[in-house]
Design a protein around this ligand. Structure first.
Ligand code: SF4
Ligand code: SF4
Length: 295
């Protein structure tokens, strides 16, 4: 099964809009939303049924029994995440604790124990022979990379036999969730926009994606907002020999579609037509065996 990951270096470029359109056009049987900080693919895809399965996700956190603690300081000295501090007794910073268990093992009086903690919810939808894996990180939780790995694993385990394509909506930026979403994918489609920050973020995400040796392609959304910057991005791709799969115009109809929980290819509009072209070029690249091709 080929895995196509859709990424953008920054938020608001239309990454999820494009991902939802691709899911519709490809009629994929497996897709995932790896933007666990702010998942919204289910809204555009009109997911109305309840998840087939919801799992609570999280790693344990250390807890100190003040009555047993003899204040030997060994836990503070050995916690490499600096999650234990002395403040009227010994306390654990739950945001910093990674649940490694070192303090529990080292405490001479068994004053520390690990307790389960919920960091997020992992949901699996299965309707009409399609599986959709997604998750929602709990506010303030710092384990988004691990949760993304779980989202992908859950999708792969539930995928129907004979499925040849999975589409994954990534998260913005170049942090842990993006790194986790890049692992094992066949191709990354980067959605950028013709602004100075769009260009700079595109360069950063390309550098990150190159480490994973997946095929990389670029497309531009709202290209007509700045034609000079659009040319600059196209030139950049040519110089770097990066396949360029097309450009989508700014289209008020696209905004209406999203507001009505529709994808931009659900009706005829300039952005929808251009997206079909980007989709066609991307699929050609994804299913082509040799690298370095140009759509
Ligand atoms: S290692 Fe145990 S006894 Fe020592 S300070 Fe930490 S909790 Fe207290
Ligand atoms: S479980 Fe690990 S990270 Fe958490 S407080 Fe103990 S030593 Fe530190």
């Amino acid at each position: 099964m080929k895995q196509l990951l859709i990424l953008s270096g920054k938020g608001g470029t239309g990454k999820t809009t494009l991902a939802s359109a691709f899911i519709r056009l490809a009629e994929v049987k497996a897709y995932a939303d790896c933007d666990v900080d702010a998942p919204n693919l289910h809204l555009i895809m009109g997911q109305t049924t309840k998840p087939k399965r919801t799992n609570y996700y999280g790693m344990p956190k250390a807890e100190i029994d003040q009555n047993k603690c003899i204040e030997c300081e060994q836990c503070i000295q050995n916690c490499r995440f600096k999650a234990i501090f002395a403040d009227d007794g010994y306390k654990v910073d739950l945001f910093a604790c990674e649940g490694c268990g070192v303090c529990e093992a080292i405490c001479p009086v068994e004053a520390i124990s690990l307790r389960p903690a919920i960091a997020g919810e992992l949901m699996l939808y299965a309707d009409n022979g399609k599986v959709f894996s997604t998750a929602q990180l709990k506010m303030g939780s710092g384990t988004s990379g691990r949760l993304v790995t779980e989202v992908k694993k859950q999708m792969k385990l539930a995928v129907p036999p004979g499925t040849d394509l999975a589409i994954i909506d990534g998260s913005p930026g170049i942090g842990c969730p993006v790194i986790a979403s890049l692992s094992g994918v066949d191709m990354v489609l980067i959605v950028t926009e013709p602004s100075i920050s769009g260009f700079s973020d595109m360069e950063r995400i390309i550098k990150t994606a190159e480490i994973f040796r997946a095929k990389i392609a670029v497309c531009i959304n709202k290209y007509d907002n700045n034609l000079a910057n659009t040319r600059k991005i196209e030139e950049f791709c040519k110089t770097k020999k990066l396949p360029f799969t097309g450009k989508i115009p700014f289209d008020p109809e696209a905004v209406k579609a999203i507001n009505n929980a529709l994808t931009i290819v659900d009706f005829d509009c300039p952005a929808g037509l251009a997206t079909r072209e980007v989709f066609k070029n991307t699929m050609k690249l994804l299913f082509k065996e040799s690298d370095g091709c140009s759509a």
